[in-house]
Design a protein around this ligand. Structure first.
Ligand code: X90
Length: 279
């Protein structure tokens, strides 16, 4: 019985050796080039290119064909996607699932809509791996992951929301908040969309606001996965702050790959953490 976890590349976890694991890439498209969010991509070169390119830069999610290919060869599959409220990724995975189980009725596929992205997806993936490695049955894992997902959260800090606004993922009014130099928009993923909660000046204040918000949503020392866009300094400061209060917390810092790098922009941070039950 081969159990497999598949995630789209917005988890920023492109490969992993703890279980049978695959990713399907999102893409960034300029008038000149298509960038595939996989391990071969030079993200810094993409960012440099996009500074000079003319015209709109768009993104696209993996299509059903890419999901179907990733399903090949496994018996029990868990697919984890970026929020269905901001991307077609979940829908494509569900269509692929339907087609695949029609052709392979013995295969089981569960698609998890993370209602989130980045580090929160990583937490869901890690939990799935844990349950698989414990030898749990597919249906039991389905139940447990659905419950776990209610306890994971996402906080973000963004210096610019330009690419999000240009691609219709936040309203121009929300993006305008971040228009001033030195201002960071801090917020959370709420029902699968960006929910700005604070407008703060400077990195230090952004970090303390993120930590305060985490505690507000029930953080008491669980796992934290910090994604950053070329901002390892702030990620490290946040990690230290959390560790000072919760010395045994399991905290990992992971750089953003292409999709999150494009939308969270320079300096952005996306933090997945375990907190209180959302319901
Ligand atoms: O299908 C596509 O083309 C992909 C569209 C993705 C749009 C949203 C990406 C967000 C990236 C921004 C900060 C975290 C916000 C989390 C809210 C759920 C990261």
């Amino acid at each position: 019985m081969i159990f497999r976890i598949i995630s789209d590349s917005s988890s920023n976890l492109l490969s992993w050796d703890k279980v049978d694991y695959k990713t399907v890439p999102l893409k960034i498209l300029s008038s000149e080039k298509e960038y595939i969010d996989n391990a071969e991509l030079d993200v810094a070169a993409m960012v440099a290119d996009l500074k000079t390119v003319k015209g709109a830069v768009k993104t696209s999610c993996p299509n059903t064909g890419e999901w179907l290919e990733a399903f090949e060869g496994a018996d029990c599959i868990f697919a984890v996607t970026i929020t269905s409220n901001l991307s077609g990724c979940y829908n494509a995975a569900m269509l692929a699932r339907e087609q695949y189980i029609t052709e392979h009725p013995e295969v089981k596929i569960h698609v998890v809509d993370s209602y989130s992205t980045g580090g929160e997806m990583q937490l869901i993936i890690e939990k799935l791996a844990e349950l698989i490695n414990e030898g749990k049955a597919f249906e039991e894992i389905e139940k447990e992951i659905t419950a776990y997902k209610d306890t994971t959260h996402l906080e973000f800090s963004l210096q610019s929301l330009t690419n999000l606004a240009r691609n219709g993922r936040v309203s121009p009014a929300v993006a305008a908040i971040a228009g001033v130099l030195g201002i960071r928009v801090v917020g959370a993923a709420v029902e699968g969309t960006l929910h700005p909660s604070d407008k703060v000046r400077g990195e230090k204040k952004a970090i303390s606001t993120i930590f305060a918000n985490m505690k507000k949503y029930g953080y008491v020392g669980g796992k934290v996965r910090i994604n950053h866009c070329l901002n390892p300094e702030s990620a490290a400061v946040l990690k230290e702050k959390i560790s000072a209060e919760f010395p045994s917390a399991d905290i990992e810092i992971v750089p953003c790959t292409a999709l999150c790098r494009f939308y969270a922009e320079q300096g952005g941070m996306i933090i997945g953490y375990e907190g209180a039950n959302k319901h």
